[in-house]
Write a protein that binds this ligand. Structure first.
Ligand code: UGA
Length: 433
């Protein structure tokens, strides 16, 4: 099958490359010439394990190419995927400017019948809107069908998830289109679930909102555990043994970040509001997450009072989660912002996210990729991201390097009993010290 993918961000690039890997001929398009040049040379523009290897392999085998030119990109293609960003507007709604522009470009350059597949996360009803945008601007007498095919990929394991996903959702009102898309995806070996367009669009939002709810729920349980003497790790394990609940996404911590959960929860609240529905639970989920992100600073103040002046603080981890350099909505931003009003000295460690961090953190911070340097002479260590390099640290290292071995752990990386044995002062989330 000849396929075009518009947008070479994390969704478009992974989707295009993986479709090439299963044998299709794919042209990825983007308006950014620098990105296209880098990709043409076989280098990945995002940090995603396994991607660069697939990229190079498929370019070499002439199954994958890149262009900024829509006419070339769409020529002789039967399918075009829309994978452009839908960033958050100030009022929380999804910004559809890029989706609209791309739809009109498709209309302008379409020379033959096309199936237009939306990968971008878009509000319910958008695919119908896409169909209208295209129909109103078509230059040739060709047939356009639309389908929603939301992505469920996690950053850092997006390639793995493409081949090992739980489901592929195909939302379209046309049976032949559904058959074609099912055929295209068959080599992935992932179960396909067919539905109508609107429901497919909603499945994406509802899934992310539900996962975000699970996280905020267990975080509130953790907060109550702290006050009642229960242990949230044991509670989560006991809950998760019930199949109806499931054991995943019950790790208490300092909340969710990234480019998806924060944006999609806000967007779903907005979608509900548009139809006069007040999505109260989801508003609570967002608010809990907002407070949870700075919980370590609250713990610090509870422990030391508000006179933190001149304290040397080691911040371990900046990225919103391990194995990515993505800083979008990372807890580290809120933590450093709140800490800076107390006139402290901050040294932040991260193995790969420092360049990205510098773009979004405006406060005065010393950055290092050397974890031991961050800990040297520190009064306290705050754990923000559960990098392996952090989890592998031994309590003796904290004792050896820090002025005082006091740890506030936002990701529950260590066993509190071991900390006690090692005479390290250890505070975590929802577990007795
Ligand atoms: C998320 C979803 O997991 C994907 O299915 C979805 O496709 C993607 O958003 C998207 O909409 O594109 P991602 O943002 O890459 O993927 O990150 P996750 O691995 O899901 O983690 C999200 C956040 O939740 C992280 O900040 C993580 O630290 C936090 N989290 C996760 C917890 O605090 N506790 C948990 O138990 C699990």
């Amino acid at each position: 099958m000849n396929i075009a993918v518009i947008g070479t961000g994390y969704v478009g690039l992974v989707t295009g490359t993986c479709l090439a890997e299963i044998g299709h001929h794919v042209t990825c398009m983007d308006i950014d010439p620098e990105k296209i040049k880098t990709l043409q040379s076989g280098r990945s523009t995002i940090y995603e394990p396994g991607l660069e290897e697939l990229l190079q392999n498929n370019i070499e085998n002439n199954r994958l190419d890149f262009t900024t030119d829509y006419a070339t990109g769409l020529a002789n293609k039967g399918i075009v995927y829309i994978a452009v960003g839908t960033p958050e507007n100030e009022d929380g709604s999804a910004n559809l400017t890029f989706v609209e522009a791309v739809s009109k470009d498709i209309a302008k350059y379409a020379q033959n019948d096309l199936i237009v597949v939306t990968k971008s996360t878009v509000p319910v009803g958008t695919n119908h809107q896409i169909q209208n945008w295209i129909k109103e601007n078509l230059q040739q007498d060709v047939n356009i069908k639309v389908a929603s095919n939301p992505e469920f990929l996690r950053e850092g394991s997006a390639v793995y998830d493409t081949f090992n996903g739980d489901r592929i959702v195909i939302g379209t009102d046309d049976e032949n289109t559904a058959n074609t898309l099912e055929e295209i995806n068959r080599p992935f070996g992932v179960p396909v679930y067919r539905t109508d367009v609107n429901s497919a669009e909603m499945i994406k939002y509802a899934s992310n909102a539900f996962l975000a709810t699970k996280i905020s729920f267990i975080n509130e349980i953790a907060n109550i555990c702290e006050k009642t003497g229960a242990n949230v790790a044991d509670v989560a394990k006991g809950m998760g043994m019930d199949d109806r609940i499931g054991s995943k996404f019950l790790n208490a911590g300092i909340g969710f970040g990234g480019s998806c959960f924060p944006k999609d929860t806000q967007s779903l609240i907005h979608i509900a509001k548009e139809v006069d529905y007040d999505f109260e639970i989801l508003k609570g989920v967002v608010e809990v997450n907002h407070q949870q992100k700075v919980k370590l600073v609250d713990q610090l103040i509870e422990r030391f009072g508000s006179s933190l002046e001149q304290m040397k603080i080691a911040v371990l981890g900046l990225a919103f989660k391990p194995n990515t350099d993505d800083m979008r909505e990372a807890a580290s931003i809120d933590v450093i912002n709140k800490l800076s009003s107390y006139n402290v000295n901050i040294t932040a460690y991260d193995p790969i996210a420092i360049d990205q961090a510098k773009k979004v953190i405006k406060e005065n911070v010393n950055y290092t990729t050397d974890i031991e340097e961050a800990l040297t002479n520190a009064d306290v260590a705050l754990i923000i991201t559960e990098w392996d390099q952090v989890k592998q640290l031994e309590f003796n290292t904290f004792k050896k390097l820090m002025k005082t071995p006091i740890i506030f752990d936002g990701r529950n990386c260590y066993d509190p009993k071991e900390a006690e044995k090692a005479s390290v002062e250890y505070h975590s989330i929802g577990r007795p010290s």
